[in-house]
Design a protein around this ligand. Structure first.
Ligand code: SAH
Ligand code: SF4
Ligand code: F3S
Length: 471
């Protein structure tokens, strides 16, 4: 059973929130405006969820928010380490902030999250980006009030990237982005050590929250008007393995399904090796669980899967997909794929295309392999050239785009229940929302529909979205 951060530790942090708030009130009285904070997230849903906690703590400490770095008093970048380009983006942003800070010496710059949980990155920040005041890793999230307070009162960079002893911090304040849809973490960390992946190193071992903690959070959300719950974990299928009670993810899903007021349940991510028949059956049986499965396969070749340490074969993966398709009518499928794992040959890559063609995913998230220092795959030599890998990547997109379009065309004429998210990015008079399978649906409608579920008849299919009209 995962330990909890003690009540004393949490109370100490609340004490720092109060101290910050007192200072912020004085600041506002003297300057005619409150201190402003800017947060930016670079990573996955887990990181988004962490940022919501950071904003919750900042809000309680009396900060207001801005998107403009030029006027922000505190800037916090919540970073991702999964691929090099995510890290480069942050270093680029820090370069820009340096110039802004030259004009505004008392600005506080903080970098947190997965990227800085790696020692070599934190060393680089300390030596190259001296204008950064605070660095804290994923395990120190709950300590942010204390660390920020220190950073505001001392010249030296404050750093906390201690690895965790596995304790979970419950009841950290939270300020969510969306009032209708919410991420709820069911577990933290990962034990799988896929050979290319940095996540287990920066997020630590798997720790499950208790079902009570999860269910209470969901009930609280529903009380505040939230209707769509996305259960989050790096590998939700191993939920509960570390608890002393006999419970698995399927059981937890059923419990959430029972909560009155919840309309939709989504979940991610599932690891194919742990996807049980019981979970498939539970998805099929629970009326509120969206008929959608994100099941990353990463590569089609058995040799590459073995070297990736994924612990399943192509045939086993395809068998699970078949089972899920049979048990869950109209199941929408998505996946993650990596192109250009060091030892991947063109023949191996053909196996990946073969999986795409056989499964016919609704959509895929595809990535070019990125070398991550400290992972086993980082030691391997590449078989293919960069050009060959890019050309394979483009072929992958071509094959999938055609399939995605075709899958979307199957929706034309159907009536879909859509939760309206807001107005479309491109056109103020168009509303945008998501249907059960999470596809984006655009349609004409009044802004008063935002946050509501409405029936939309699908009239047109594109590769990435659907068009429709209200019925
Ligand atoms: N826990 C989830 C997601 C992990 S990160 C899972 O196992 O599915 C999201 C995706 O990033 C992975 O599924 C993988 O496709 C990709 N990824 C991880 N490490 C990568 C690397 N070193 N290079 C390129 N893509 C990577
Ligand atoms: Fe990374 Fe594999 Fe864990 Fe996913 S399951 S987070 S890819 S190590
Ligand atoms: Fe997520 Fe990136 Fe961290 S994918 S867990 S934010 S390394």
């Amino acid at each position: 059973m995962a330990k909890l951060i003690t009540e004393e530790q949490l109370a100490a942090e609340r004490g720092f929130i109060i101290k910050l708030k007192e200072e912020n009130m004085r600041y506002a009285a003297q300057n005619g405006r409150p201190r402003l904070a800017l947060t930016e997230t670079y990573g996955c849903q887990q990181n988004e969820n962490d940022t919501e906690r950071i904003r919750g703590m900042l809000f309680e400490a009396g900060f207001e928010f801005t998107d403009d770095a030029k006027i922000a008093d505190v800037v916090i970048y919540n970073t991702c380490a999964v691929r090099e380009n995510a890290e480069q983006k942050v270093f680029g942003r820090l370069g820009i902030l340096k110039h802004i800070k030259e004009e505004r010496r008392d600005m506080i710059i903080a970098v947190c999250g997965c990227m800085v949980q790696q020692e070599h990155i934190t060393e680089k920040i300390k030596s190259v980006h001296e204008h950064v005041d605070l660095v804290f890793g994923t395990h120190a999230l709950y300590k942010m009030p204390e660390l920020l307070y220190k950073a505001m009162h001392q010249k030296k960079t404050v750093v906390d990237i201690e690895p965790s002893d596995g304790a979970i911090a419950e009841d950290i304040p939270i300020l969510r982005d969306d009032s209708k849809k919410a991420w709820v973490s069911v577990m933290y960390g990962c034990n799988n050590f896929c050979s290319y992946c940095i996540v287990p190193y920066v997020r630590g071992r798997e720790r499950s929250r208790t079902p009570e903690a999860v269910l209470n959070e969901v009930k609280e959300l529903v009380k505040n008007g939230c209707t769509e719950i996305a259960l989050l974990g790096q590998n939700v299928n191993s939920y509960g393995k570390d608890l002393d009670i006999d419970i698995d993810f399927a059981d937890l899903m059923r419990m959430v399904n029972e909560i009155e007021g919840v309309e939709r349940i989504r979940f991610m991510t599932s690891h194919p090796k742990d996807l049980s028949d019981k979970l498939i059956q539970t998805i099929a049986e629970c009326d509120k669980v969206c008929k959608q499965l994100h099941l990353p396969f990463q590569a089609g070749s058995d040799n590459i899967l073995k070297q990736m340490n994924r612990k399943y074969t192509k045939a086993e993966y395809l068998e699970k997909i078949e089972k899920a398709k049979k048990a869950i009518p109209n199941l929408s499928l998505s996946t993650d794929v990596i192109v250009g794992f060091p030892t991947e040959t063109n023949e191996d890559f053909e196996e990946t295309l073969d999986v795409l063609r056989q499964v016919e995913f609704d959509n895929i998230f595809s990535f070019i392999y990125s070398r991550r220092e400290g992972t086993p795959a980082a030691k391997l030599d590449f078989v293919l050239s960069e050009e060959e890998i890019h050309s394979n990547f483009n072929r992958l997109l071509e094959v999938q785009n055609e399939i995605s379009k075709r899958k979307n065309e199957e929706y034309v004429g159907r009536i879909e229940r859509v939760l309206v998210d807001g107005v479309s990015k491109n056109d103020e008079s168009t509303l945008s929302g998501r249907c059960d399978s999470s596809k984006i649906v655009n349609f004409k409608g009044d802004k008063s529909l935002i946050g509501k579920y409405i029936d939309v008849k699908i009239t047109e299919a594109h590769t990435w979205s659907l068009n429709g009209e209200t019925v």
